[in-house]
Design a protein around this ligand. Structure first.
Ligand SMILES: Cc1cc2nc3c(=O)[nH]c(=O)nc-3n(C[C@H](O)[C@H](O)[C@H](O)COP(=O)(O)O)c2cc1C
Length: 159
């Protein structure tokens, strides 16, 4: 059965709330999902799933050091994550505070791993963002991301 892992870092809970909404979206599509704080993730878990969704607060326009460390450590499996589905989301303090650049930095690392990234032509194009605690709009885009990743993973796992 297809499986998605949602990994997040969150100090004041905003990114964690987003992760919970993303999880709801994945579950709604009947795909197995686990949501973990980055400190609880064992590197080898990355190998065991079909989709990896990463959420980070925006810190100086990029991902938190904890999330960056996960990617730096993942060099151990360079080449082995190829073909897995990837996606990202971020919570920032300000409207133009760098949440999209944070998402793009996470997606860049995923692309270097050879992962498959799907954009969104309608809602948050690169991945869901929130300013502080997610509001109804952000909750919706997070659920939508979970649904879309789950659908993509199911399509890929069919073969
Ligand atoms: C070290 C640090 C750097 C930050 N840098 C930014 C930033 O560049 N732009 C921004 O909009 N918010 C910035 N923030 C605010 C956080 O992104 C924001 O409070 C976010 O909602 C926190 O998410 P969390 O509740 O999941 O920890 C920063 C916060 C910290 C602690």
């Amino acid at each position: 059965m297809a499986k998605v892992l949602i990994i997040y870092y969150s100090r004041s809970g905003h990114t964690k709330s987003m992760a919970e909404c993303v999880e709801r979206g994945v579950k709604s599509q009947g795909v197995e999902v686990e949501t973990k704080a980055v400190d609880d993730v064992k590197l080898e878990e990355l190998l065991e799933v079909d989709g990896i969704i990463v959420g980070s607060p925006t810190y100086y326009g990029t991902m938190s050091a904890e999330i960056k460390k996960l990617f730096d450590d993942s060099v151990k499996y360079h080449g082995k994550l190829e073909g897995k589905v990837g996606a990202a989301f971020s919570s920032s303090g300000g409207l133009a505070g760098g949440n999209e650049t944070t998402i793009m930095d996470i997606l860049k690392a995923m692309l270097i791993h050879g992962m498959i990234i799907q954009g969104d032509p309608q809602k948050d194009h690169y991945g869901p963002v929130s300013v502080g605690e997610p509001d109804k709009r952000s909750e919706g885009t997070c659920e939508r991301l979970g649904e879309r990743v789950a659908q993509l993973v199911k399509g890929i796992c069919k073969e």
